[in-house]
Ligand binder design. Structure first.
Ligand code: C2E
Ligand code: MG
Ligand code: MG
Length: 741
């Protein structure tokens, strides 16, 4: 047969064929010129053959031919095709005609064979083959005919009406039912119409479409072109198809991965851009309204940190499920990343639909989620923004929804807020601030002031806390509370913070060189402290400046130690190994957890000024903190000491140091230099005298500085801060004015 390899030499013959024909029929058939034989498909043997067939097969006898195992070297494609024919014969009375090349004893012989089903005596379906003519073709024709038989490409020829004229074996295997037309093959009506229209207009068409095959729907790359049927000479269509289902699925998978969030399976930001962009355009065309809901879980980070990322992930999956449950199928839900989600709603006629859905989401999230054996309540803040009222393009709408979400957080979380134009003004101010912060950094508008740290016991200045100031060109002196949070948000704090450490280190070195033994303390923001590069930065500064790390202190807050990870521990270990001491700032306002403090190399506690301010009415807490520090061997510093009563109270409790307006606010470095010089002079003149108990002898020498107010960024041009820039050396040169009381 076309594909059969050279037949194998006779091996041990199987049991003699049982199905042949009766002797008289055989005699009649033997007289025919046409080679006729019966092929047992299951056993790959010829089981009956007339004389002409024996000649074609170059066999001595039927026994010799029947002994040949024609399946021995048969290719799998041929084997499968034979099986297909067998199945076709079982299904219906049918006959096929094909050009086959047989290889009897290795000699190729090309025949046009007509074959049909033939039931054997034992009931199995075999194949009756008639060789109509021996083809003496050119090698090219032979080979191309062969190729057509073997190729996996499905090739079919259809007449003008779309009825099949020819199918190669691969195409035959791929039809859902006999006699189906070309048009029948398309699964999607739209694909069919498009394809046939293009074929009619251009005479050819190509597409990857869904096709109905015998085992269901597949993706085929279909190419068709108009041609003529070589037999009838009529117009026809030649179609080739390649099964690209595997490809297509891989491609779809890749596209899915690129457009979805792996954790929740929701569309990601990339798909959101495309999909919401499309919805906005469609809504604009149709004059419809949409809403965007920006959803951010409240305190997700805490949950994630305390329960671990695995549970954090589970929580996000559950939240995604609840969000999906709260909307309609044609709404769009995406995960933007982290704990942020975005929903695009069609508003239709229900004006308040966005608010209703937001309420439903908050309700859905209210039901506790059980994770790691704990029942957790989750809440979210939602910002709502409407198209087209609050913005016409995706960027603006997202920004506005985001703003509204932040406003919801500010108002206490767990709520939904619609966007409001006033929010925009706030943000514009914020942008302006961020831009001017960067400018300020580049123009060197920041300056470190130093607040004296004074020994409670003898009134001597024994340290200085570096506190940052911004000389704003129009607003005057600005205090850190008004800009550090913004610098944190934009990341500028990293650069400012490094500058602060560098500057303070240089100052320590300069004071040490001038013979002043002072500890200089530096405040670190949470973001700086979490940065794994911090330890390297600080080590480099120590080398560059030649400062003495044993006279340098790092102030952090308790909250930075909560949930401390490996980086925190490593940073603290490196800093203490370098010689730095660590102080906990604003102690008492945070978690006030002694266990946390004992787990880390902490040297000093700074009692928050709120406890000092309330000493008169509620001294218990300050008393407790000081007592506890003594027990644990920690140094104590009282912050914000403003009255002599407070100071004497601290002295009685053996608090080590204090800072506060009573002695001095933070002052510029050269003012501090002068103060140190005065202290030295006083000490030299009177020995330790005058530096014993009681108010510091330097007290009268502190320059006049009023207590500053915070800057209000929302006021277009706030009145310059009430703090006067100190007159630097001039003030000291002319003798220091007594402090106004
Ligand atoms: P802090 O580290 O607790 O600094 C003490 C704050 O209390 C300073 O405010 C200081 O001026 C103020 N203060 C001192 N004595 C008194 C007093 O007797 N009464 C009152 N009411 N206040 C007093 P300042 O300079 O506005 O700094 C505020 C906060 O900004 C600082 O709090 C610190 O957390 C942060 N900060 C300052 N400089 C830096 C810096 O360079 N980097 C970072 N990351 N944060 C800084
Ligand atoms: Mg501090
Ligand atoms: Mg403090």
């Amino acid at each position: 047969m076309s594909t059969s390899p050279p037949s194998a030499p006779a091996r041990t013959a199987p049991s003699p064929p049982t199905a042949g024909w009766t002797a008289d029929v055989a005699a009649a058939l033997d007289r025919l010129q046409t080679p006729i034989w019966i092929f047992d498909i299951d056993r790959s043997r010829v089981v009956a053959a007339n004389r002409a067939a024996l000649a074609t097969w170059r066999a001595e006898s039927l026994e010799e031919l029947a002994a040949r195992d024609l399946g021995a070297d048969m290719s799998t494609t041929v084997r499968e095709r034979l099986r297909q024919y067998q199945a076709d014969f079982e299904r219906c009375e049918t006959r096929f005609s094909e050009v086959w090349t047989l290889y009897p004893v290795g000699i190729p012989t090309t025949l046009r064979v007509v074959f049909s089903g033939h039931r054997l005596a034992d009931g199995r379906m075999a194949m009756l083959c008639e060789a109509l003519e021996v083809m003496h073709d050119t090698p090219e024709r032979l080979r191309s005919a062969e190729a057509l038989q073997h190729t996996a490409v499905m090739i079919s020829l259809y007449d003008e009406a779309g009825a099949p004229l020819y199918r190669n074996p691969a195409a035959r295997n791929a039809v859902a039912r006999q006699g189906e037309t070309f048009a029948d093959r398309f699964v999607e009506a739209r694909d069919r119409t498009d394809f046939l229209r293009r074929l009619a207009i251009d005479g050819q068409a190509e597409a990857v479409v869904r096709i109905t095959g015998p085992a269901g729907v597949r993706w085929h790359e279909v190419a068709a072109r108009a041609c003529h049927d070589a037999v009838a000479g009529k117009a026809a269509t030649l179609v080739s198809e390649i099964d690209v289902t595997g490809h297509k699925m891989a491609e779809d998978q890749i596209r899915f991965l690129a457009h979805h969030d792996l954790l929740t399976g929701l569309p990601n930001r990339a798909l959101l851009q495309i999909e919401v962009g499309r919805r906005l355009a469609a809504a604009a065309d149709a004059g419809e309204r949409l809403a965007l809901l920006f959803i951010d879980l409240d305190r997700f980070k805490t949950i994630n940190d305390s329960l671990g990322h695995l549970h954090g992930d589970r929580l996000l999956v559950e939240v995604a499920r609840r969000l999906m449950r709260s909307v309609r199928r044609d709404d769009f839900v995406a995960r933007l990343g982290g704990d942020e989600f975005l929903i695009c709603l069609r508003l239709g006629r229900a004006a308040k639909r966005a608010e209703t859905v937001a309420r439903r989401i908050l309700g859905e999230l209210d039901a506790p989620i059980t994770l790691g054996g704990r029942r957790l309540a989750v809440s979210a803040s939602i910002g709502i923004c409407n198209f087209p009222d609050d913005g016409r393009d995706l960027d603006t709408l997202m920004r506005h929804a985001d703003l509204a979400m932040y406003a919801a957080k500010d108002q206490g979380r767990g709520r939904a807020l619609p966007f409001d134009a006033a929010l925009n003004a706030e943000v514009a101010a914020q942008f302006e601030l961020e831009a001017s912060l960067l400018r300020a950094f580049e123009r060197d508008e920041f300056e470190l002031f130093y607040q004296p740290r004074v020994s409670v016991a003898d009134g001597r200045i024994i340290g200085a806390e570096a506190l940052l100031r911004w000389h704003h060109p129009t607003r005057g002196l600005i205090l850190p509370g008004a800009f550090i949070p913004h610098a944190e948000k934009t990341g500028l704090i990293d650069r400012i913070g490094t500058e602060v450490i560098h500057e303070a280190a240089l100052r320590q070195r300069a004071w040490a060189d001038a013979g002043h033994d002072l500890t200089v303390s530096i405040n670190l923001s949470a973001r700086q402290f979490r940065d794994p590069r911090l330890k390297t930065t600080i080590a480099a500064i120590v080398t560059q400046t030649g400062c003495d790390p044993r006279r340098m202190q790092i102030e952090i807050t308790e909250s930075m130690l909560v949930g401390a990870d490996a980086t925190t521990a490593e940073t603290l270990a490196t800093l203490t190994a370098l010689g730095f001491s660590i102080a906990i700032d604003d102690f008492g306002t945070g978690y006030s957890n002694l266990a946390t403090i004992q787990n880390h190399p902490i040297d000093t506690l700074k009692i928050d000024r709120s406890f000092i301010a309330t000493l008169e009415t509620r001294p218990a807490l300050a008393e407790l903190i000081i007592g506890m520090c003594h027990l644990l061997g920690l140094r104590t510093i009282a912050e914000g000491v403003e009255t002599e009563e407070q100071l004497s109270w601290l002295r009685v409790r053996n608090c080590h140091e204090y800072q506060g307006y009573l002695f001095s606010p933070a002052i510029p470095a050269d003012a501090f230099d002068d103060l140190l010089e005065l202290q030295r002079e006083r000490l030299a003149a009177g020995g330790a005298e005058g530096f014993g108990e009681g108010r510091s002898p330097l007290w009268d020498l502190i320059p006049l500085v009023k207590r500053p107010d915070d800057v209000d960024w929302d006021r277009p041009e706030a009145c310059p801060s009430k703090v006067r820039r100190l007159g630097l050396r001039s003030g000291f040169g002319q003798g220091i004015r007594p402090k106004e009381r």
